[in-house]
Design a protein around this ligand. Structure first.
Ligand code: AMP
Length: 279
């Protein structure tokens, strides 16, 4: 495995493989890697000759400076994990390497980024689109891997690829969970034991709502999930919306779609956790 820090070195490393006709798979990450990331890396290694992983904590997608500063950074451990998982190239650029000058591009995702994460984190998806489009342009992968945990992000990336005609196949990957059901996340590292035991209730309540949903109206399920989670310790739901999984617009009736997804964000103390469930 090679670790590269500059675009020039990355492109040198990738072009050798491209010239040999090898396929390039790409997994963009912000590091602090866990089994969720590794499931993407393993799939990427399976489906491509070369797996490139980037580790870059992208400042333009953070709308909260403290969150950016507190984001866990565990680069040495990450590199070891990636080597074991089979990655060929790890790209660890500096902020200056990715943004030699400020990125002023404004993407228009229509209604897709007006709801949920887009509504509560203004500018977040514009920052995600800036960095992912830039990384795609640098790596020029055949396939790129994204987790369904960041459900709205996946929809935005797909839209960006369509809008900008980027020749890459987007491969979605299922949410990896702890045994307790808690969705794996780099932010989980910041939870203490008590918070962790509270946070497992997010998926428990979502799963219960899936058992019930056929018998209840959308709004009833929505309210029940919010109430049940808010009853637990320090948990505070920021939003829970039941949406059409393609348009991300709220539904009011289950018959409106055959792809209903419940998307949630919960504060556990000051740590913001996201999860979702397909009904
Ligand atoms: P991040 O480092 O948080 O930007 O995540 C990098 C990629 O890993 C994104 O495509 C995420 O959706 C994905 N990912 C993060 N957590 C999980 C998880 N628990 N299961 C599957 N994919 C995940």
């Amino acid at each position: 495995m090679t670790t590269v820090y500059t675009i020039e070195d990355l492109q040198k490393a990738v072009s050798i493989s491209k010239n040999e006709g090898k396929t390039i798979g790409f997994v963009p990450t912000m590091g602090a890697l866990h089994e969720g990331h590794i499931s993407l890396v393993k799939k990427c290694c399976e489906q491509n000759d070369i797996c490139v992983v980037s580790i870059f904590v992208n400042p333009t997608q953070f709308n909260n400076q403290a969150d950016l500063e507190k984001y866990p950074r565990t680069i040495e451990q990450d590199t070891k994990i990636l080597e074991k998982a089979g990655a060929a190239i790890v790209f660890v650029p500096s902020v200056e390497e990715i943004y030699p000058e400020p990125d002023m591009r404004q993407f228009d995702f229509g209604q897709l980024d007006k709801v949920m994460e887009g509504k509560f984190r203004p500018g977040h998806f514009n920052g995600v689109a800036q960095v992912v489009s830039r990384l795609f342009d640098i790596v020029k992968p055949d396939r790129a891997y994204f987790g369904e945990k960041d459900f709205q992000q996946l929809a935005i990336i797909r839209q960006m690829v369509r809008q900008c005609n980027i020749p890459v196949e987007i491969v979605p990957m299922p949410i990896r969970r702890e045994e307790s059901g808690l969705a794996m996340s780099s932010r989980n590292q910041r939870l203490n034991d008590e918070e962790k035991s509270e946070a497992v209730n997010i998926y428990r309540v979502l799963s219960e709502s899936k058992k019930l949903y056929k018998y209840k109206a959308v709004e009833e399920i929505r309210e029940k999930v919010i109430d049940d989670i808010n009853k637990i310790g320090s948990l505070k739901v920021e939003y829970f919306e039941i949406v059409d999984g393609n348009t991300l617009q709220q539904i009011t009736n289950w018959s409106e779609t055959d792809y209903a997804v419940g998307c949630i964000t919960v504060f556990c103390g000051d740590i913001r956790l996201i999860d979702n469930i397909v009904y």
